[in-house]
Write a new protein. Structure first.
Length: 435
């Protein structure tokens, strides 16, 4: 990461220096030289007039000596040259017919002017003493280099700050991702900072979801052999008993018992497979369903259980979801309630803040407060001995929670003040259908 920013910093510095020199060159060529050229012409006029005054007072045969003895005001170099030595451009400039009167010797980069002399074949040439570039002093060089140094230092300081502000959170995120990849599923980026704040938050969310999935899978893999051992042990025990049966009727009853145990084992395997399908796939939850109708239908199927079941719908009960999954969730809740209720089960269907809510209450003994959240865990049993007697392998409420996740909802369990347990299902209703 640091090497990446260092390369980019060097590229920026090189580009900035190139732009700076280009700018200076353009300014020098278009502004500074133009200013010097204007000053040169004004200075040339002064020295020309002063020199002509001297030549007017000097005999023509002494002009060479007068020009040589002249002390220029602005550091010019005067000399007399023959007209025959002039080129075509200089002849036009001398006659006032060329593009300019003042010329430049490009080979020497010297500016000069040509002036005619009365009654003479010679021409007065006044040129600048040396190249205009020679006027650049050490101070000029310093003022040219100083901005480059300041720009480079400011860019270096800014780049270092950028590198530190970006590379540190990126490095922390990379280390966290590496730790997570090595099996540290609880690894999170504690304080996400810009510019990777959104990326870090997305990683934390993803890591939390993966950790939950992995924990569920690990729990499931570890619990399946233990849970299947019980029905297998019952079958083995029943087989041992059947070997000692003497009468056909006793043996037939034992075989029927074994058949019931096999059915229990088959149901357990089917529950595990169904749980796996729910965890790996995403069912369609966009069908419009009548939750009240489903609640009444499920309640009717338990009327022969010898328990009073009350169903109440408050207001609109239409929602979006998967009818099969919602029906399965309610059956699981009813099976749990029938096992542990004393005399009555109450089912309510209502709308709260655009959420569809199903409440299933029983009048049993309830669940210890510190175990309420555990009832939705895979293979969880609050009362293990009673659960084994009533059947099942602890997947009922785990199914309910997974079904609610498919519907972007939640399942919550709470104890009732007068005794018993209430399990509430809640997910977005009609007005919150996802587009």
């Amino acid at each position: 990461m640091s090497l990446f920013f260092l390369k980019n910093y060097l590229a920026v510095i090189i580009f900035s220096v190139a732009v700076f020199f280009l700018t200076v060159f353009v300014i020098f060529d278009s502004v500074l030289l133009k200013s010097d050229w204007k000053d040169f012409k004004q200075e040339l006029v002064v020295d020309h007039q002063l020199l002509m005054l001297r030549l007017d007072q000097t005999p023509q045969d002494q002009w060479e000596l007068a020009v040589a003895d002249y002390q220029p005001v602005f550091g010019m170099v005067p000399e007399l040259v023959e007209q025959e030595s002039l080129d075509s451009v200089e002849r036009l400039a001398l006659a006032g017919e060329g593009p300019r009167r003042y010329l430049s010797d490009f080979s020497l980069d010297i500016w000069y002017g040509l002036f005619t002399l009365p009654d003479s074949e010679r021409v007065l040439k006044i040129s600048e003493d040396g190249s205009p570039l020679n006027d650049i002093t050490a101070d000029n060089v310093i003022w040219l280099i100083l901005p480059i140094l300041l720009i480079s230092l400011s860019q270096a300081f800014g780049t270092i700050l950028i590198i530190r502000s970006i590379s540190k959170p990126v490095r922390e995120l990379s280390e966290t991702a590496l730790l997570f990849g090595k099996g540290g599923f609880s690894a999170r980026m504690d304080k996400p900072r810009p510019p990777v704040e959104l990326l870090a938050q997305s990683f934390n969310t993803m890591a939390a979801q993966l950790e939950d999935k992995i924990r569920e899978q690990q729990l499931m893999i570890g619990a399946i052999p233990h849970e299947l051992r019980t029905p297998l042990s019952r079958i083995r025990f029943a087989l041992d008993l059947s070997r000692g049966k003497q009468s056909f009727e006793a043996l037939q009853r034992q075989i029927e018992q074994i058949d019931a145990y096999v059915d229990d084992l088959d149901c357990a395997v089917e529950d595990v497979l169904e749980l796996t399908r729910l965890q790996s796939g995403k069912a369609s939850v966009s069908d419009e369903i009548d939750v009240g109708k489903i609640a009444n239908s499920v309640a009717d199927s338990y009327m022969d259980a010898g328990i009073a079941i009350d169903v109440g719908c408050q207001g609109e009960s239409a929602a979006y979801g998967n009818e099969g999954l919602i029906r399965r969730a309610m059956h699981n809740l009813m099976q749990n309630a029938v096992r542990f209720t004393e005399t009555r089960i109450t089912i309510r269907v209502l709308m709260e803040n655009d959420d569809i809510v199903i409440q299933v209450e029983d009048d049993g003994v309830g669940i210890p407060a510190d175990k309420l959240e555990d009832v939705f865990l895979v293979f969880s049993r609050i009362d293990k001995s009673r659960s084994r007697e009533t059947g099942g392998i602890g997947l009922g409420l785990a199914f309910v929670q997974l079904i609610m996740r498919q519907h972007k909802g939640v399942a919550v369990a709470r104890n009732i003040e007068l005794g018993g347990l209430c399990v509430e299902l809640r997910w977005p209703g009609v007005n919150r259908k996802e587009s």
